[in-house]
Ligand binder design. Sequence first.
Ligand code: NDP
Ligand code: HSE
Length: 438
Amino acid sequence: MTTASDTPALNIALLGGGTVGSQVARILTEDAASLTGRIGAELNLTGIFVRNPQATRDFQLPSEYYSDDVDEVMDGADIVVELIGGIEPARELILKAISQGANVVTGNKELLATHGNELYEAAAQAGVQLSFEASVAGAIPILRPLRDSLSGDKITRIMGIVNGTTNYILDQMDSTGASFNDALAEAQRLGYAEADPAADVEGQDAAAKVAILAHLAFHAPFTLDQVYTEGITDVSDLDHKSAAEAGYIIKLLAIAEQLEDPEGVVLRVHPTLLPREHPLASVRGAYNAVFVEAENVDELMFYGPGAGGSATASAVMGDVMSIAKRRLRGGPGRTHTARRELECLDIGESTTRYMVVVRAADASGVLAKVAGTFADHGVSIKSMNQTPDEASSDDEKTALLAFITHRAKESQLAQTLEATKGLDVVNEVLSVMRVEGK
Ligand code: NDP
Ligand code: HSE
């Protein structure tokens, strides 16, 4: 692995040349001299595995770089960078790279949150490194701080905006009045969305990321299917209106929290109301932000671009450089095997605040009946706002009642909602949203 000039050289094989892959190719080729200066070794991009080698790319290299023959591209690679996405063939190709003794960098959260343990074990067995900083929150360095800087502290909770596409959509809807579909189309055009944007808007992408965050924070294995997940497709105009009237904004939050009694972890992704002055409320566009709470450090916030080709390529290149340095120095790769078992609890165990909007009879005693039902189930009301109901008529006078509760268990809230629906003065429960922040 030395060149004619005696500068060590490492071969990099790139799998995927799309939004992120093409930007990694750009950095590796345009910044080659500078990268060599920083690391003391040449990083040679040897080939790019794609579906269609003839396609025109965001950053175009000479045609000989592109191939649909993966064996040719991975032959002799020291580092394989997987930026194809999805489960297969990405999983099979990463295992193949590991079996060939190559180190691997990936941004593939869906794969890691589904088959992570298989891949971490394979890498540990082979003594190679598997790095994935780009898989969570795009360009933000969040996994390395969790794994290294905070490893001496006890992390108790992680809460953040970890999907750029949905944050972009909600922000556009809130600030410009754009429609959901127009905002999604723009997010796709800007390269923020997944190949299938259902993963973004239905919350699966954020769920995969929170499973990865929880794995590193709590040192236990978690998978995508353990995350309680609600996306933003069911967020209604009434939800936005009720939130705005009460001084809140809607964000898709990913939350991983450790509970003491019962002991375990709750992982959840759902639209959430935040007070407009909350730091996460000001996260705009495709930016992400993650709060980490730990026993000694109290609270940290990480903020930056959460999606997009060149921003994500920066995180990928950070992993490539780190592996290259380790490879040149020698020594074993890092491992990510979980250290303990920690139960993933049902969302019914988690505690938060809620906004509940009901359509109810506009008559005396109604408020007391609804408030009494909340109290009967141990859910305390913090505030209530009554607004006119457009559906109200002379025959049936109704009003919209928006309640904000104090903290209560999800299971208590579920029972409260059932009982509220059964009240003769309540026509309909129109909206139920969780509330975070003070
Ligand atoms: P794109 O869809 O833009 O690119 C995917 C690339 O993989 C394309 O070059 C495509 O080839 C190639 N590819 C897809 N399927 C195959 C296959 N079966 N065989 C060979 N090549 C294939 O994806 P992104 O660049 O946006 O994302 C890549 C990864 O990075 C994903 O895991 C994504 O979740 C992750 N990521 C993306 C971010 C973003 O902002 N976009 C941010 C953080 C992570 P061809 O071009 O010929 O079709
Ligand atoms: N589709 C993802 C998002 C890309 O919008 O956040 C970054 O992981």
